[in-house]
Design a protein around this ligand. Structure first.
Ligand SMILES: [Zn+2]
Length: 96
């Protein structure tokens, strides 16, 4: 893995397994992540702005694949992916 991506984005902290206390929008697909969801919370800086990156289960899965391939993606991009629905089905199967 190349770390240039993270440096550019300015990863401040990464917390695994955070239970959300209110509804959030997924950074990857902008769908609502209902409160009480357990996710990984990254805090990033970009252009002096500080923001949380919270991903739904599906985007977490897709983001991992992107990272493995060395591909970049931006906010909202993951909803455009044809595999979003496929990934969701896969995850539902795993969780069933
Ligand atoms: Zn998502």
């Amino acid at each position: 893995m190349i770390n240039g991506e993270e440096e550019k984005m300015g990863l401040v902290s990464y917390t695994k397994g955070v239970k959300t206390r209110k509804d959030h929008n997924c950074f990857g697909c902008r769908k609502v992540i209902p409160k009480g969801t357990v996710l990984n919370d990254s805090v990033c800086t970009d252009d002096g702005q500080i923001y949380h990156v919270r991903l739904c289960e599906v985007c977490e899965h897709l983001a991992e694949q992107f990272q493995q391939n060395g591909d970049e993606w931006y906010q909202g991009d993951l909803a455009e992916q044809p595999y979003w629905n496929e990934a969701k089905k896969e995850i539902e199967k795993i969780n069933a």
